[in-house]
Design a protein around this ligand. Sequence first.
Ligand code: ZN
Length: 701
Amino acid sequence: MDRQSIRLLLVMISITGLMSLTCCFKQTSQEGAMISKAFDVEKIVSLFCLTPKEITHNVDLYLADAHKKLAAIIAVPDEERTYDNTVRPLDELLILSDLAIAQRVYEALELVSPDKNMRKSAHNAYIKIQQFWINQISGNKKLYNAFIAYADAQKEYEGLSAQQRYFINEMLNDFKRAGLWLSDEMLAQVSSIKNELSALSADFDCNIAADASAIAVDRDGLCGVDETFINALQRDEQGMFVVGVDYPTYFRIMENCSNADTRKKLYHAFQNRAYPANNDLLQQIIVKRDELAQLLGYLDFASLDIDDAMAHSTERVRQFLADLADKALPKVLAEKALLTKDLPESVVLDENGLIQPWDFAYLENTYKKINFSVDEQKISEYFPMQKTIAELLDIYRQFLSIEFKEVPVVGLWHDDVVMVQVLNKAGDELLGTLLLDLYPRPNKYSHACHTTIIPATIKQDGTRISDVSIVIANFTKATDVQPSFLKRDEVRTFFHEFGHALHAILGAAEIASLSGTHTKRDFVELPSQMLEEWLWNKDILKKVSSHYQTGEALPDELIGTLISLKDLTSGYWVLRQVFLSTFALSCFEKADNKDPHLIFKDTHKKIMSSIMAYVPDVHFYASFGHLTGYGAKYYGYLWSKVFALDIFAQIKKHGLLDPVIGQKYIKEILSKGGAQDPNELLCNFLEREPNAKAFFEEMGL
Ligand SMILES: [Zn+2]
């Protein structure tokens, strides 16, 4: 997941990454003071090392500064407007100003700070800044008129670059989608709804992060789970084991625990995170988003949301999802027959012969254990975290011709956080700084994501602003007796989020608003999902694995088995992604039924009913965080995966560590970020039109 200042983009309907102003007739830079901090470890620490009081105080200073910059852009007489006094300052205000960077810092602190007061101050400051964007940028007719005046009169006469022209076009479309052509009265309504949505979305995200649900079980309830894990669990006053809903715990239980009752109880707790609080919030978000879309002249929010995407229309997305479901279904049925042929003792199908959702991961894991002696827990012993990460970095080092340097750091929001500098091959240019926050803790964002704090940008004078990014994950932490082992799925997650981070760090767009991961939402998951594919290559698996006791790599035979099992449940994976995508789309499409629970029931019936039993008393959507950030565009994962696999197939022909194809990939895809039409990027890399052939092949469909 990439949080491209997600809420901001979504609520604003993406004024292309946002704008930034200032200006004055000369080429005054709109970058804030924070930019100069991106090069110095202590200064990066100082971006985050704040007290709640400082946050509250600083935000007003940044707002005052942003108001000044905005006023300066507007004040330019129309006949004197140029790219440098109108468009560039807007781009910089939106992304590189202190206000913009502070907002991303606050968004991150709200996700990761262990201090409740910090999270609260960060939350409030975030909302305050969001209101500035909504009211002063996406609802500001004077700014719109200034931009139009420039676009209409001058762009023809300046020697603009292709990226600059693309940006102007994107901005004009964004302004249109923001409703700046509406009457003042209607525009005020739009802004008011956006402000409400901003607060609702932030609360929705907060409730998910704050959920600390757990179940209590006795020792028998943990049958099948390994001793070390059980011994690390907390006990309550009655001596019962406390099993939480954090990702490592959840998956450990669901895959290994042979007590069906425990799996069922934990499944319910997990699928009811942030419920009922978010049920009500989601209903309000759905209603408000539709109101917003209709004010802006769209049929529904999905149409508005997808208008700016690669797919462009909801009809095209529906068709895409339907085609994938059709293609996946025969394989799904075959997978079900295979997994349920010999049921383990604790698994009972429902009266229609369907799998209970709390049994699926257990069934799959048991099938692999019994038939192939594949035990994911045992395999994870070949992926001790430190060593695995070092090898993963070495892959990027070779493929992308970059270097990494871990830098000692103190004073960030938590001692777990590690700082890594990314350098060019010669080691003499800093490309970006990564902050890795990889272990779960109370009140921390429970999923995995990447977020950009300062985007890599090529400045007008040719120098580079280096990226600052954060990768958040929730991997199993080391205990006194055992190092942290990464399960293959966690290694995949690491590859995924690192794919986002490298997209950001290797960005070389001249438009800050379109740099790195600031792409179309249904394109942004391409680099991340493509890198996941490295893990299905024999040589790569050999390279990254190293048993924590013997230092040996995974045995060849086991690697062969793992690769042969790649598509064991790929049909189910595709179908589930189609389900989630359809659910998200349906929430925001025009319909009589807009109750999320009814949409869930209906979508389940249409898509999942051939394999999975429907469970009425769960509310997964209350913790479906993508609903705020990705809106109707969750399908973007599948959409960009199709292209990711097309590109991967091309790279595979050259070799996964081949620096020549690596450079081509950087040049044609990563460095461009969102500063060019993604269809063009794909064609340039592939040297042909993209297609879904590799996707179907890789997925075994
Ligand atoms: Zn992602």
